[in-house]
Design a protein around this ligand. Structure first.
Ligand SMILES: C[S@@+](CC[C@H](N)C(=O)[O-])C[C@H]1O[C@@H](n2cnc3c(N)ncnc32)[C@H](O)[C@@H]1O
Length: 712
């Protein structure tokens, strides 16, 4: 019996002339890749036909903590998947959701059913509501299966310093942040960088739901990523345990999702980006600590962007880096070996034997490819496991790599090979100073070099700059004894172990006017010692927001994204006026159903007594889940005569569905539509308050993200 239903299929593209059908054919593509032998000739049509087939929808379960993610997975497995089996729709069997076999702990899934089935079949419609509700609060993230591989191979640990050099729109950055936050109080940091200002803001939006104080976002050309000073006294610069170079590429591995590739594919796309890719990988290796790991990845099939780049850079770093054999990693993932031989085609569609017509020598096979370990690179093909195409290489820097820079001889050889005699050479000349810190010896890029990088190496691109907004304001750390901090610390009874020196504001005066932010202490020197050279565009989570109407008590209202951090530091010595209230699941249910219940409407006497003992303002609500597990914590508003759970409505809907099994939530949204039509980066949130006594509307949007579930 055939499988029923085609998932959403894009066959048209919009341009100035309106919507047009795009034929899924490209003769140049076919001629090129058949000639390259990227698959055995006998497999060509299986491969090529699969490229024309629509990609399944895949998603990761993230949760606000690992513990939550496992709970959501169990809900999916036990309460939804069993009802999606053996469904016959219009005479054909519908494929139930399946887990990606290689993704750890069953946290990634695939759906192949069509929109019409999702909308019309009752069990699928119910499943759809679950997906919508969990996606809306960020517990589920749609992401291409192959795009999940690079962060997994990096094996990020909670204490690592990690840099994602080409990070936008941020699905892999999200995985890196989640890996750092695998423990409640990680000491690791993530630097997410992208050269495109607008896309960097998409990244910020995408990862904001993770509420990570350990993240900083920068906006630089990765080829020239600046060194980051971490000590005022000495010349110490930040070096990274893990580097991700998910570089810009021609993107032909995404052809199943991005139909325009059929129309736009040209050999020129790969040739023109090759040098930039070399520069980014080389820069990544400079930033990497000895003993650290780097992943180089592209969503391209092309050896010119893949093996040729890796081979060239590994040659430059010979003896100091190695390509890691990942055969035993991610069992269940079908992958092919990296190529050790390929051909080079010019823009005139002629195969070339050697560097000519502006094609650099680095594109060509040199004969040492097997010796370099190129077979250890990984190629993921669409027809193997119904995915997109991807290329991934894990590179490890030797612990004894010394200064970590390419050796002089090989550097010179590499330079000779660079027929553009470009920025790479200009940088390398100043870069290699044995005996010294390689990151320290990297020259700060001058504005002239930056211009060279942009005009010579990158395809010309009109830079679109967003209007300067609050997010563009400088980062200023507050003095630890600032009266506003003293006020908050007393009112909320925050313990002395809270690192107060990590509190900052975002305005030129350095005075707390509207919001007080918090970054992980390890990011404090990163930001304060480098803010004139490094373009930071995002850091910190909102801890407190000023609320005028509260003058007389503490005008600083706790922000939901800072709840988990503050909650961990509440002082609980006898005599402290702790703003913590406890309740049962039943009372929590009442607070979900009713906004701003009046005190005289509350039937839970114990709960009411605790409220009456406190003054007006924010409180931490501890709910006993009744399972013997730790309490779940929510932000709550204790008003003059009423109380309110400070949760965005999506979070309340999620709570009702998952904890209280109320299924008529999320009926107004269509998952089929969302999954098909919404960009991957899109998440939506609405304010938590709906009543007059809530904080002013100007501040409502600040209460955006989930706090509960962050079990202390
Ligand atoms: C393949 S995408 C990255 C996808 C991203 N890692 C993710 O998983 O969402 C490549 C990114 O590189 C950025 N980019 C292009 N040239 C760059 C450069 N020279 N330096 C830094 N980023 C660059 C692009 O703006 C784009 O966002």
């Amino acid at each position: 019996m055939g499988r029923r239903g085609r998932y959403y299929e894009q066959t048209r593209s919009r341009d100035a002339g309106g919507w047009r059908e795009i034929p899924k054919e490209n003769a140049e593509f076919e001629e090129y890749y058949r000639g390259q032998n990227i698959v055995p000739q006998s497999e060509w049509y299986t491969f090529y036909d699969k490229l024309k087939d629509t990609l399944p929808v895949t998603f990761r379960i993230t949760g606000t903590s690992h513990h939550d993610a496992l709970q959501i997975r169990d809900t999916l497995v036990n309460e939804y998947v069993p009802f999606l089996k053996d469904i016959i729709w219009e005479g054909e069997e519908v494929e139930p959701p399946t887990r990606l076999p290689w993704y750890p702990e069953g946290l990634a899934w695939q759906i192949t059913v069509g929109k019409s089935v999702i909308r019309k079949s009752k069990p699928f419609a119910r499943f759809q509501r679950f997906l919508v509700v969990e996606t809306d609060v960020g517990n589920i993230s749609r992401q291409e299966a192959v795009s999940m591989i690079p962060p997994l191979l990096l094996d990020v640990q909670p204490h690592h310093a990690v840099i994602d050099l080409c990070a936008a729109p941020g699905s892999k950055t999200a995985q890196l942040i989640e890996a750092v936050h695998a423990v409640p109080e990680p000491t690791g940091i993530v630097v997410a960088n992208d050269s495109d200002h607008k896309r960097s803001h998409m990244l910020i939006h995408q990862v904001k739901r993770l509420n990570s104080p350990n993240l900083v976002v920068t906006n630089h050309d990765a080829q020239l990523f600046p060194r980051i000073r971490i000590d005022n006294e000495s010349d110490s610069y930040l070096r990274y345990d893990r580097v991700l170079c998910d570089v810009p590429c021609s993107g032909d591995g995404t052809v199943r999702k991005n139909i325009n590739v059929w129309r736009d594919w040209s050999i020129h796309n790969a040739l023109s980006i090759h040098q930039t890719q070399i520069n980014i990988l080389n820069r990544g290796l400079h930033l990497l600590k000895p003993g650290g790991k780097l992943v180089y990845s592209t969503c391209s099939f092309n050896p010119i962007e893949n093996e040729a780049v890796v081979a060239h850079v590994v040659r430059m770093w010979r003896g100091k880096v190695r390509i890691v054999d990942c055969t035993d990693s991610l069992p269940g993932l079908v992958r092919r070996k990296g190529m050790t031989s390929w051909k080079v085609m010019g823009k005139d569609r002629q195969w070339k034997e050697s560097a000519q017509d502006g094609i650099p020598a680095s594109c060509f096979v040199q004969g040492d490819e097997a010796e370099l370990g190129l077979e250890n690179c990984m190629r993921v093909y669409p027809h193997d496991q119904n995915t997109g195409g991807f290329f991934i290489t894990l590179i490890e820097k030797a612990t004894e790599a010394g200064d970590g820079a390419p050796s002089g001889t090989l550097k010179r050889k590499a330079q000779v090979e660079h027929d553009s005699g470009d920025l790479e050479q200009a940088n390398s000349d100043k870069r290699v100073k044995p005996e010294s810190d390689p990151v320290a010896t990297l020259p700060e890029p001058t504005s002239q070099q930056t211009a060279v990088a942009q005009t010579q190496l990158l395809p010309p691109k009109k830079k679109e700059r967003l209007p300067r907004d609050a997010n563009e304001e400088p980062f200023k750390f507050l003095p630890t004894n600032h009266p506003a901090i003293e006020n908050c610390w007393t009112f909320y009874s925050i313990a002395d172990d809270f690192p107060r020196s990590s509190l900052l504001v975002r305005n030129a005066t350095g005075e707390p006017v509207r919001t007080i932010y918090y970054v992980h202490p390890r990011l404090q020197p990163v930001i304060s010692l480098n803010d004139t050279k490094v373009k930071f565009i995002h850091a910190g989570i909102k801890l407190f927001a000023y609320q005028k109407t509260l003058e007389g008590t503490c005008p600083w209202r706790v922000q939901s994204e800072g709840m988990a951090v503050l909650y961990r530091h509440i002082a609980r010595k006898p005599g402290d006026s702790v703003r913590v209230v406890r309740c049962t699941l039943d009372t929590l249910r009442t607070l979900c159903d009713v906004t701003f219940p009046k005190f005289n409407e509350l039937t839970d006497k114990e709960f009411l007594d605790q409220l009456l003992a406190l003054t007006e303002g924010c409180v931490f609500l501890e709910v006993d889940p009744g399972t013997g597990e730790k309490p779940i914590v929510f932000p709550m508003w204790r008003g003059r005569g009423s109380v309110n759970l400070m949760l965005p409505k999506q979070d309340t809907a999620e709570l009702l569905l998952r904890v209280f099994k109320v299924e008529n939530v999320g009926n107004d949204v269509s998952y089929g539509k969302k999954m098909a039509d919404t960009p991957m980066t899109e998440t939506t949130n609405t304010p938590a308050y709906t009543e007059s006594e809530a904080p002013s509307s100007a501040e409502q949007t600040e209460t955006e993200l989930v706090v509960y579930g962050a079990t202390p």
